[in-house]
Design a binder for this molecule. Structure first.
Ligand SMILES: N[C@@H](CCC(=O)N[C@@H](CS)C(=O)NCC(=O)O)C(=O)O
Length: 212
């Protein structure tokens, strides 16, 4: 089994923290995004989404998308700590809050970053197709990010963790979104005290310290 990885990018980091929390070791293959290796024909043949991370099983099966990869590991390693929920209700809540963190947090930052960074001209959207940058989308992304911080601050006012009372992938995606915001020089606002306290607490977890 091989994990195609580029550890300094936010999405691969989500899986790297997830695996460290579970104590699962996997062989890594670096796909250098700076050299656009994700767009090379050999990689496209394995992963039509042209993104990282991507997991290749020993029989050649290739699974991309963090939801796909994390569900594989959660099912294949049932003896490791569950990070996608324990009860049916928890599983639903983890899916719900992880999806919201990705859509409203991580993608809001990406909307700003990819529509403004010089190296992303015509690469405003991840994938095999090119799209031009849009300053309007960048502005909208900044508004969405401000609301993400407020909405997740409210959520964490009444909950120890993002999906409820257990640490999960929803926390990982929320933390990675907060850190990705630093790429566009934005931090968690001062008045989001619940989100800030949660961030300080989970930042100390060994799996997160080991995957900065
Ligand atoms: N929806 C994807 C997101 C993966 C993604 O966007 N990865 C970025 C790195 S953070 C990537 O591969 N970018 C390639 C590119 O910019 O062309 C997932 O869940 O895995």
């Amino acid at each position: 089994m091989k994990l195609y990885d580029f550890p300094s990018a936010p999405n691969p980091r989500r899986v790297n923290i997830f695996l460290a929390e579970k104590g699962i070791e996997v062989e890594r293959v670096t796909v250098d995004l700076m050299k656009q290796e994700q767009l090379q024909p050999e990689y496209l043949a394995k992963n039509p989404a042209c993104d990282v991370p991507m997991l290749e099983l020993d029989d050649g099966t290739c699974i991309s998308q963090i939801r796909g990869i994390t569900h594989y590991f959660e099912a294949a390693y049932p003896e490791t700590p569950p990070l996608l929920g324990r009860s049916p209700a928890e599983k639903g809540l983890v899916e719900m809050w992880e999806h919201l963190a990705f859509m409203d947090g991580l993608l809001a930052v990406a909307e700003v970053f990819r529509n403004t960074a010089r190296g992303f001209v015509d690469r405003a959207v991840v994938g095999q197709h090119n799209y031009p940058q849009s300053s309007e989308l960048a502005e909208r992304g900044a508004l969405r990010l401000a609301n993400f911080f407020k909405d997740f601050d409210r959520r964490l006012a009444d909950n120890q963790y993002v999906a409820g009372d257990a640490f999960s992938l929803a926390d990982i995606t929320t933390l990675v979104s907060c850190d990705f915001a630093k790429w566009i020089k934005t931090g968690i606002p001062e008045d989001c005290s619940h989100l800030r306290a949660w961030y300080a607490k989970i930042s100390e977890r060994p799996a997160i310290v080991a995957n900065p």
